[in-house]
Write a protein that binds this ligand. Structure first.
Ligand SMILES: NC(=O)c1ccc[n+]([C@@H]2O[C@H](COP(=O)([O-])OP(=O)(O)OC[C@H]3O[C@@H](n4cnc5c(N)ncnc54)[C@H](OP(=O)(O)O)[C@@H]3O)[C@@H](O)[C@H]2O)c1
Length: 256
């Protein structure tokens, strides 16, 4: 990457995607690149980000970024400032479904029940899925403020919707629990808080949910391909004109 401190000299929009070495994050990077974006692929393991960026080719840059590591986040922000000068789009995509202690989906669902959920498991999940998003956002915000069309997209889940899960007819209601689903509820709250706070700046802050996609986070049990699953995310990521503070999914607006 060349040294770059004057953001006005890069005409292409610049996007950072966290957890972009695989899964939906990588697909978002591929599609944003297809729309002319310079894509910065955040990955906690630099080598896997490097491999993904090499597959995408020119205009794709790996960047070491562990969303739970303050030093890594600061180093990434410093590097983006030095080499690109600004950020037009931040996609907070990185997340985990569990800490690694559970072997199967039924075990994860059982362990998510609020009456028995491990507080340590909940802490680990919130650290990545909620505090990690906030930490990255706070570090990148000065760079986003330098953009003429700054946007933040938080990759959430319909599984975190309080409105949907309050409805006895919602088919996935029994999966609502204190671990992963609650992290997405908290992420939604932070999304809305930031959208309200930044309303006057023109920076748009949104949440979007993919469809149920076969990726590592669900042991590849999702029913959609990554290309199909990423559609709602790419649509929300590319939207420079729509309202701030929205929560959307594959079929349009989702209730918070
Ligand atoms: N798949 C679905 O059906 C579905 C449904 C609703 C919402 N989502 C959301 O979609 C997003 C992408 O998930 P996915 O389905 O693509 O799962 P995935 O393939 O497991 O990808 C998750 C990504 O997050 C990264 N990550 C995890 N912890 C990190 C950390 N501390 N720092 C930086 N990166 C970290 C992973 O990196 P490593 O490779 O190093 O582990 C990986 O790149 C997540 O926010 C997820 O909650 C997915």
């Amino acid at each position: 990457m060349k040294n770059q401190t004057d953001s006005s000299t890069i005409n292409q929009p610049i996007a950072l995607i966290t957890g972009a070495n695989k899964g939906l994050g990588k697909q978002i990077a591929i599609e944003l690149r297809g729309h002319g974006y310079i894509v910065l692929l955040g990955s906690r393991n630099f080598d896997s980000g490097k491999t993904a960026a090499a597959e995408i080719g020119e205009g794709a840059h790996p960047i070491q970024l562990d969303v739970t590591d303050a030093q890594s986040i600061q180093a990434a922000a410093t590097r983006i400032h030095a080499e690109f000068g600004r950020l037009d789009l931040l996609v907070n995509n990185a997340a985990i479904g569990q800490s690694g202690r559970y072997a199967s989906t039924p075990e994860i669902l059982e362990a998510s029940k609020a009456s028995v959920a491990s507080l340590e498991e909940i802490r680990i999940l919130f650290e990545t899925n909620v505090l990690g998003v906030l930490a990255v956002t706070q570090a990148m915000l000065p760079l986003i403020r330098l953009s003429a069309s700054g946007r933040i997209l938080n990759v959430s889940s319909a599984a975190g919707s309080l409105t949907l899960n309050s409805d006895p007819a919602f088919p996935y209601r029994s999966f609502f629990g204190a671990t992963y689903p609650a992290t997405k509820t908290a992420l939604n709250a932070i999304t809305l808080a930031l959208a309200i706070e930044l309303e006057d700046t023109g920076i748009k802050v949104r949440a979007a949910s993919p469809s149920f996609t076969a990726t590592a986070i669900n042991n590849f049990q999702g029913t959609d391909t990554i290309e199909v699953g990423a559609k709602a995310l790419v649509l929300a990521a590319l939207d420079t004109e729509g309202p701030t503070g929205s929560f959307t999914g594959p079929d349009g607006p989702l209730p918070w």
